[in-house]
Design a protein around this ligand. Structure first.
Ligand code: OAD
Length: 284
C-alpha cells in the first residue's frame, strides 16, 4: 500500500474526533460513467467537437447559451441526473458522515450523486449549482425541476425540432437550470461556508483534514480553496495527476495520493476497519 494512504489513515485514526472536509470534482464520478471535463481523450471538452462550439467551455457560457442553447441541451440530456449511480468514493463520504467524521462536502459536480449516496443536504455545498431548480435568464422567475427536465429529456436535434423551456412570465426568456455558468456567480452559501470553515481550521487545525479529490483545480473560485487552507491544517490530494496549488506551492505536510479515487477510499476503508460497512452501503 502507498505510504501516503497509510499516512492519511493514521491521521484519521490518531485523532478519532477529527473531521473531514471534502472538496471534489468530476473525477469522483468518472467511474459512474460520467466523463470529466479536462482528461485528454475521454474528457467532455475533448469530445465536444460534434457540437460545433467556438471553444469547448462555451457550452457553459451564459452569453453563448442566450444565443444558442442547443449544445447545452445536448450535453444536459446526456448528463441528466437519474441515469447514474454513486461511486465508491461517494459512498465513502457517506460512510464518513455515518461515522460522525464528515464536516462538509464542497462539490463542483452537477450530477447530485452526493445526495444520491445519502449524504445529508446540509453537509453538501453544490458550488456549481445543480439541476434541482431553474430560473428564467431574462426575468429571473423561478421554476421547479420538471419544466426543464421535460424539455431536455425529450430534446431532439435538427432544424425545426428544437423546443426549449421558455418563461411563462416574460414569455421569451430561456429557462435554465441553476447550474453556475461561466459569467455567473456561485451560490452565496459557497462563500459563507468557505469563510466559516477557514476560520474553524485556523482555530482548530488538528481537528480537520481537507481532502481534494477528482478535480483539476482549474476553475476559479473553487480552485482558490486549496491555497486558502491554513498552513497549520493538513491538506490531501486524491487525484490521478498533480494539480493546482498542490503543484504550484506544495507544502511539506501535504498528503498527495496520485491514484484512482475509488481504489484509494477502498484502501482507506480497509485501513480504518470500515471495509464491510462501505460494502454494505454500496450494496444498499
Ligand atoms: P476536470 O475534468 O477539470 O478534472 C478532473 C480531474 O479528475 C482531472 O485532474 C483527472 O485527472 C482526475 N480524475 C479523473 N478520473 C479520476 C479517477 N477515477 N480518480 C482520480 N482522479 C480522476 O473536472 P473538474 O475539476 O471537476 O463547470 O472541473 C471543474 C469545472 O469545470 C466543472 O465543475 C465544470 C467545468 O467547466 C461546470 O459544470 C459549471
Amino acid at each position: 500500500m502507498k505510504k501516503s494512504i497509510k499516512q492519511l489513515s493514521s491521521i484519521l485514526k490518531e485523532n478519532p474526533n477529527s473531521k473531514v472536509i471534502f472538496m471534489v470534482g468530476a473525477g469522483i464520478s468518472t467511474s459512474c460513467g460520467i466523463p470529466d471535463f479536462r482528461s485528454p481523450k475521454t474528457g467532455l471538452y475533448h469530445n465536444l467537437s460534434k457540437l460545433n462550439l467556438p471553444y469547448a467551455e462555451a457550452v457553459f457560457d451564459i452569453d453563448f447559451f442566450k444565443n444558442n442553447p442547443v449544445p447545452f441541451y445536448i450535453l444536459a440530456k446526456e448528463l441528466y441526473p437519474g441515469n447514474f449511480k454513486p461511486s465508491k468514493f461517494h459512498y465513502f463520504m457517506k460512510l464518513m458522515e455515518d461515522k460522525n467524521r464528515l464536516h462538509r462536502v464542497y462539490t463542483q459536480n452537477i450530477d447530485t450523486l452526493e445526495r444520491e449516496a445519502g449524504i445529508s443536504g446540509e453537509k453538501i455545498i453544490e458550488a456549481h449549482g445543480s439541476f434541482a431548480s431553474n430560473h428564467c435568464i431574462n426575468c429571473n422567475e423561478r421554476y421547479e425541476l420538471e419544466i426543464f427536465k421535460e424539455k431536455v429529456t425529450n430534446f431532439e436535434e435538427g432544424p425545426g425540432k428544437h423546443d426549449f423551456a421558455k418563461c411563462r412570465k416574460c414569455v421569451d426568456g430561456l429557462i435554465k437550470p441553476n447550474i453556475v455558468f461561466f459569467g455567473e456567480n456561485l451560490p452565496s452559501s459557497f462563500f459563507t461556508s468557505l469563510d466559516y470553515d477557514r476560520k474553524l481550521l485556523e482555530k482548530n487545525s488538528d481537528d480537520y483534514i481537507v481532502i481534494f479529490a477528482g478535480t483539476s483545480l482549474a476553475v476559479y473560485p473553487f480552485c482558490s480553496s486549496a491555497a486558502a487552507v491554513p498552513e497549520m491544517a493538513t491538506r490531501s490530494l486524491v487525484n490521478k495527476e498533480l494539480v493546482g496549488n498542490f503543484k504550484k506551492e506544495p507544502r511539506d505536510s501535504d498528503i498527495v495520493i496520485l491514484e484512482n479515487c475509488d481504489s484509494v477510499v477502498e484502501e482507506l476503508a480497509r485501513e480504518l476497519g470500515w471495509l464491510e460497512d462501505l460494502e454494505k452501503l454500496i450494496s444498499g
